[in-house]
Design a protein around this ligand. Structure first.
Ligand code: ZN
Length: 108
């Protein structure tokens, strides 16, 4: 088995079900590292590794595109959003976006 993606557990589960729809057998493995952080990865058979990688790549590109297109301010529906640079958020592993029009903070 080879790993094709390391993602958060929920996303791994989604990816695994999509791979199964493509008739690509896969397995999700997860655990906790020495820092107490949860990790999760999707593994496939060596024989379907290349096919799975192509699929994962296309899926991630598609997802990025959708996220970028969909993201708008929940308050005023503005698309003028900017990532907040804040070390507290960074330390917590959070990405927060600020609406340039109404100032709303949107966690993502
Ligand atoms: Zn706004």
């Amino acid at each position: 088995m080879k790993s094709v993606a390391s993602l958060d557990p929920g996303t791994c589960a989604t990816l695994a079900s999509l791979l199964k729809e493509q008739q690509i057998a896969c397995e999700v493995r997860s655990g906790t590292d020495e820092n107490g952080l949860e990790w999760s990865e999707v593994l496939v058979e060596d024989a379907s590794y290349d096919q799975a990688c192509d699929f994962v790549e296309a899926w991630q590109n598609q997802k990025d595109l959708e996220n970028r297109r969909k993201r708008k301010c929940p308050k005023c529906e503005s698309y003028r959003l900017q990532v907040v640079q804040d070390e507290h958020y960074e330390q917590a592993g959070l990405t927060v976006i600020r609406c340039l029009d109404c100032g709303a903070l949107i966690p993502c």
